[in-house]
Design a protein around this ligand. Sequence first.
Ligand code: MG
Length: 250
Amino acid sequence: MIKCYLFDLDGTVYLGGRLIPGAKETLARLAKTAEVCFLTNNSSRSKAEYLQKLHSLGLDCDERHLISSLDSAVRFLQKNGRTRKVFALATPGVKAELAERGIELVEEGAETVLATYDTAMTYQSLTNCCLQLRAGAFFCATHPDLNCPSERGPLPDLGSLFALIEASTGRKPDVVCGKPFPLMAETVRERFGLDPAEIAMVGDRLTTDIPFGLENGFFTVLVLTGESDRAMLGSSGLRPHAVLNSLNEL
Ligand SMILES: [Mg+2]
């Protein structure tokens, strides 16, 4: 019996600004018998900005039912005494949320660099990020995704930026907080306190959503509305519990 559905967002619930047709009705139906929580690696938006986007698409959601890789990263920083002197590569909205949540943001002299999906990134912010990593700051990243699906096609995401940062500085992230890594599952468990078998992970990615679900003992559902197709599934060697054309088949 599934008591909580974790839905990836990009490629699963929507593509860019367009909802997967039927998603609203499907999510409302599932919410009658279980918790419906959105679980995204995309750290380009603050919680307030996400709620605004979800509401504008006609979806019901409150703070409890939204977990992003940014939540997982903030939890990591708090639990590991890394809330002081943090340089954040992040959008203005995300920086505002970090400040609200007690993270001390600095532009130089950072002890920790927090890299997120900064869609407002400039050469100057990239430069500051690299200089502080060269100076020895701890390197925390929200998620490893190489691309973000959109209506226009895949867009370069934070994982692609790791390659640039490593080429420049020799540094790789010391910790990555989102799917498929265990910190994200700890964030989910802390929020809902359910047995893994009572949780379903629904997502479009074979590199993040599906290993995340399988490794944590969740019922794991691949949807084919985003990044993956059946050929990619075949060559991945992964065996999700279900493969659906879209979330509407749940
Ligand atoms: Mg996705």
